[in-house]
Design a binder for this molecule. Sequence first.
Ligand SMILES: *[C@@H]1O[C@H](CO)[C@@H](O)[C@H](O)[C@H]1NC(C)=O
Ligand SMILES: *[C@@H]1O[C@H](CO)[C@@H](O)[C@H](O)[C@H]1NC(C)=O
Ligand SMILES: *[C@@H]1O[C@H](CO)[C@@H](O)[C@H](O)[C@H]1NC(C)=O
Ligand SMILES: *[C@@H]1O[C@H](CO)[C@@H](O)[C@H](O)[C@H]1NC(C)=O
Ligand SMILES: *[C@@H]1O[C@H](CO)[C@@H](O)[C@H](O)[C@H]1NC(C)=O
Length: 213
Amino acid sequence: MASNAKLNLTLLALLITTATVATGYTNHTVGGDAGWFFDSNTITSATNYSSWAANQTFNLGDYLIFRSSTNQTVIETYNETTYRSCVTDDASDTDTFQYGGGNTDFGQSLTIAVPLTIEGTNYYFSDADDGIQCQQGMAFEILVNHGIGLPPSLNQPPPPPYIEPPGGDLAQSPPITITGGSPSLNNGAMGGGFDSRAMLCSLLIGVAGCLMF
Ligand SMILES: *[C@@H]1O[C@H](CO)[C@@H](O)[C@H](O)[C@H]1NC(C)=O
Ligand SMILES: *[C@@H]1O[C@H](CO)[C@@H](O)[C@H](O)[C@H]1NC(C)=O
Ligand SMILES: *[C@@H]1O[C@H](CO)[C@@H](O)[C@H](O)[C@H]1NC(C)=O
Ligand SMILES: *[C@@H]1O[C@H](CO)[C@@H](O)[C@H](O)[C@H]1NC(C)=O
Ligand SMILES: *[C@@H]1O[C@H](CO)[C@@H](O)[C@H](O)[C@H]1NC(C)=O
């Protein structure tokens, strides 16, 4: 009896732990169905990104998914001065990063995944059109909570280096491909996600329970 009850409790704990680990992180599509777009004819953003952000809870290890095109940029900064300025001219590459930059063709569709790796206030904007996009709504801030903490795969994020957005001398800049996210995500034949879940799982509940993965 007693040992049966104990077994049941163990199974219950196992199930709860499994559910938490499996569903602990959220991918937030920026702007929802509207995506991350700016209409330069009407000079308006596709949606109100501040309102969108205000309605979400962000945790470490979540991703922002920018469904966008090369007409917009994705700048991440931890520096409020840079955020308010809407440009990156004076930005430092220690607190400001551009994701998915380097494509100099207009209008190419682009999806950029940005992992949330730093707790606290994070700022995002598009510095395209000399800051006009940002001034006209392509900007939002979020508060990143601790949640369940970073998964091992994101634990030492090397943020991509900041690169100058395309300026007047577009034709001369060679195309550079910077992919968003951490390179370690693609490490290993089984993929980082599987490994990290399995690792976390073994740490938490012992190897036997991890066969469920
Ligand atoms: C969230 O986005 C990341 C980065 O693109 C991807 O690796 C992961 O599979 C996505 N997770 C879900 C639940 O869609
Ligand atoms: C977006 O909505 C907020 C309220 O959530 C409002 O204060 C702000 O003015 C709106 N921005 C634009 C560009 O309409
Ligand atoms: C916020 O989310 C709730 C439900 O999740 C939804 O009903 C509401 O329309 C959203 N508000 C905005 C401004 O998106
Ligand atoms: C933020 O960036 C500005 C330049 O945009 C720089 O002058 C300032 O020192 C930075 N602030 C911090 C706290 O690093
Ligand atoms: C992208 O920008 C180019 C040049 O300004 C413009 O011709 C094109 O319509 C834009 N495409 C989108 C999808 O906004």
